[in-house]
Every structure is written in C-alpha cells, then in structure tokens.
Design a protein around this ligand. Structure first.
Ligand SMILES: C[S@@+](CC[C@H](N)C(=O)[O-])C[C@H]1O[C@@H](n2cnc3c(N)ncnc32)[C@H](O)[C@@H]1O
Length: 284
C-alpha cells in the first residue's frame, strides 16, 4: 500500500507493518515527538556521528532501522553518492512523514521509506544489506529479536552499527528517575540493557555477530534540549508507570523535577548537559 503525501512525490512511504514489537505506546509517543524531533541539534550530531564511524562507501545497500526523521539515512545517502541505496524503516507514521519531507528538501533520490516493525522485515531477503544502522533506536526494540533479524538481513562480512547512551545517562533522565522514587515509582534506566561496552559486545555476540568496534564518546546537549525534558520522560515509552500517579502527585512531581533541573543547570551545567554515549559495531 502506498501512502504518499501531497506535494512530496520524490520520497514515498510504503507501509508493510507486521507485528510491532516496540514497547506499548511507542508509536503514538513518537508520532507526537515527530514535529520537533529534528529541532534538537544533538539528535542530528548523534546520528551523523554513527554514520561517520560506520564510514559507508559508494554502492552500499544500507538499512536505517528505526530511522525516525531520517537523520542517519540522510547522512548515509550523502556519503554513498548516487551509486548506493538507503532503506529507512520506522513504525511511526509521524516520524516517517518528517523524514520524507527532509529527504525531499535535501533533493536525495537514493532513499526509500517503509513503515514497518524494524525487528521483523520479511519483505527483505537474506543478505539484502551491506550495512545496517540504528541510531538511538535499539533501546526501544527487543534487542535480540532486532539484532538476529539484522544478522539475517546482512550480507556476509556486512556490518551493523548502533548507538546508545551509557548506563546512567543522560543525567536529566537519572534525575527524573530519582524524583519518581519519591512517589513510589521504580523506573528502570532504559540504557541499562546496552549501556556498557561489555553489554554491547555481549548482545552482538548473542546475535551471532563479531563485536568489531566500540567507540565511547560524549555528546553535549544545549540547555534548550531541557525545555521538553518533563514531557519526554513523563510520556516516554519506558515510563508508563508515571500515568498511575494522581493529578496532584503529577503536578508536584513536575514542579519539583523542573526546579531540580534548573538548579543543576545553574550549579553544574557541564554535568547536566554532557552525556556519555557508545557507538557499537558488529560484523556478520
Ligand atoms: C529516538 S528515535 C531515533 C530516530 C533516529 N534513528 C535518530 O537517530 O534520530 C527512535 C525511533 O524508533 C522508532 N521505533 C520504535 N519502535 C520501533 C519498531 N518496532 N520498529 C521500527 N521503528 C521503531 C520510533 O518510532 C522512533 O522514530
């Protein structure tokens, strides 16, 4: 089924949803975040750095899994030049609509978009891709199901690259969980599953991939990125339990959290705005 939008004929969105495995509610959450997602320049730097480290070469066939607004797909397509092809897959129509607009605006013709669950892509045969990227997305997916499917989709010698926050980062999210504890909520750090070099190596190995390269770096947020911190954490797909609070509790939680963020911004801006991240690459 084609779902092309008016006025943007050069990049269509094809729909082939199978069984979404993302955490409940991930799609509406990302539909809501789509309009402002690319305004956060750290998202762009984070995705572009993954592509830079993956170093795609002309002629490659690339899958950008959980492509969102297409940040990594666009960077990869630029690196490929006219002889390669990028397939961007995401579950969120809102994100894909933004991706399509950005691709059209960039004048790129070597990217296709598909709305589908990135962990189950039967429409693509074994060995369909030379490189599979997943920027800031694997934490929203069942990790092993995703990596095993990507193993199937990779050509022998092909590479998968993903990025993750280190466990305990970003600091604004840690602060959110600390405050949630005051209301009896124990929220798990979504970065726990992938957030150390050891974990990254292990999940790659468990999926039959060789851990080829791990790069630890930091990324810097701007203070404006904190403007939507409450919404991002309170409505995030990993924090469903926040919806069980009463309106009064939610109001107090939001006020105290927002005040704590503002305090930390004043007293220790570097700690609040700097996050450790890991870029992990596995080879089939
Ligand atoms: C934080 S965004 C990252 C987007 C993009 N890769 C980037 O670097 O900016 C996470 C993305 O994962 C997508 N997502 C969540 N579950 C998914 C699934 N099962 N299949 C495909 N995409 C999914 C969301 O819709 C969202 O666009």
């Amino acid at each position: 089924m084609e779902s092309t939008g008016p006025g943007s004929p050069s990049c269509a969105i094809t729909t082939c949803v199978t069984e979404p495995n993302s955490p409940d509610g991930a799609e509406p959450v990302f539909d809501q975040r789509a309009a402002t997602y690319s305004n956060h320049t750290w998202h762009i730097r984070y995705a572009e750095r993954l592509v830079e480290l993956a170093a795609p070469t002309p002629g490659m066939r690339i899958l950008d899994a959980a492509t969102g607004t297409g940040l990594a797909a666009i960077a990869a397509a630029r690196a490929l030049g006219p002889t390669g092809h990028v397939m961007g897959v995401d579950i969120s129509t809102g994100m894909l609509t933004r991706a399509r607009q950005a691709i059209t605006a960039a004048g790129l013709t070597n990217i296709e978009l598909v709305r589908a669950d990135a962990t189950a892509l039967p429409r693509f045969g074994n060995g369909s891709f030379d490189l599979i990227l997943c920027s800031a997305g694997l934490l929203y997916l069942p990790v092993q199901a995703a990596l095993r499917e990507w193993h199937r989709l990779l050509t022998p010698g092909g590479q998968v690259g993903f990025s993750t926050m280190a466990a305990g980062f970003p600091v604004a999210a840690r602060l959110f969980r600390d405050h949630a504890r005051r209301y009896g909520l124990t929220l798990t750090d979504p970065a726990t599953a992938l957030g150390t070099s050891t974990r990254c190596r292990q999940v790659l190995r468990d999926a039959g991939l060789t851990a080829a390269k791990l790069v630890g770096e930091t990324i810097r947020f701007s203070s404006h990125d904190l403007d939507h911190a409450w919404e991002a954490h309170a409505r995030g797909p990993h924090h469903d339990a926040v919806a069980t609070l009463t309106p009064k509790q939610t109001e107090t939680f939001q006020r105290d959290y927002t005040d704590a963020l503002a305090d930390l911004l004043r007293t220790d801006e570097d700690r609040l705005l700097t996050s450790e991240v890991i870029y992990a690459f596995g080879e089939r």
